[in-house]
Design a binder for this molecule. Sequence first.
Ligand SMILES: Nc1ncnc2c1ncn2[C@@H]1O[C@H](COP(=O)(O)OP(=O)(O)OP(=O)(O)O)[C@@H](O)[C@H]1O
Ligand SMILES: [Mg+2]
Length: 296
Amino acid sequence: MQILDTKQLTKFYGKIHALDGLDLSIEEGMVFGFLGPNGSGKTTTLALLLQVVQPTSGTFSWFGENEQKNVRKKIGAILETPCFYPYLTGYQNLAIAGRIKDVDRSAIEPVLKLVDLWDRKNDPFKTYSLGMKQRLAIASALLSDPSVLILDEPTNGLDPQGIVEIRNLIRRIAGIGKTIILASHLLDEVQRVCSHFMVLGKGQKLYQGSVKDALTNQSTIELASRNMPQLTRVLTGFGNFQKIEQKDDRLIVSASDITTEQLNQYLISHGVVLTLLREKSGNLEEQFLRILAEHD
Ligand SMILES: Nc1ncnc2c1ncn2[C@@H]1O[C@H](COP(=O)(O)OP(=O)(O)OP(=O)(O)O)[C@@H](O)[C@H]1O
Ligand SMILES: [Mg+2]
């Protein structure tokens, strides 16, 4: 099912073209990353989708045309760290948030357990670590059992341990069937938690696809044979390589859309016997930098 559809969504802040004709579609169950450098329009896009700011032009719809009722209730979001009362406990803070959102108190326990704060529910908010505060914010966003969760830079300011906890939590939430949209300037984060992503640069969508494809499209394959001159000669004939380089006793080739099976088959049919064939998965960072460079 389609969760979100945008058509030529555009936002100007005065002369600043913060978002430029975004066409985007997100399917149920995706963990969708908005990836882009600072100022590329990620938060602007989220704010538009949450109707915090009005588009200059363009349209979007959530959950398809026939589901326009109670849309906002089906979306849990954290754009900025929400205000919790420092002297109240985690539980009491969620009780207040729940009253505002008109959800039953029974909703509190499962979300606190989900974010791993059940043991600390009776401690005052001010005694929580930054990571725990962020997890409480996520719990609060999940109180009304939304089908979509929106997060803006969810691991900003956290230490490595806190980052791992939040990323695991995001995977857990995806695992219970929620669609997640997150903005991040961290490639590594998108690579680790997202199933799909788009790259934004200066308000424009530069790329969209699945993380898996992005990682496998571009691969690096290591090869070795007892007869290296023959291997080099035959490989050169295969074509399609961006780069072939020799490193110690191995050849390293960069290729897109070539599997190790295809390569092996070709080499066997040309009489080359390999002593090594190993694929290293592609690096999203290289892809990301290339995409941004191509549009500079
Ligand atoms: N309220 C505002 N008024 C004026 N300009 C704004 C406003 N909000 C954002 N902008 C501008 O719009 C552009 C996109 O900003 P946005 O915050 O969406 O980027 P971002 O990708 O979220 O960046 P970051 O990674 O730093 O969070 C920037 O040039 C920014 O200065
Ligand atoms: Mg932002």
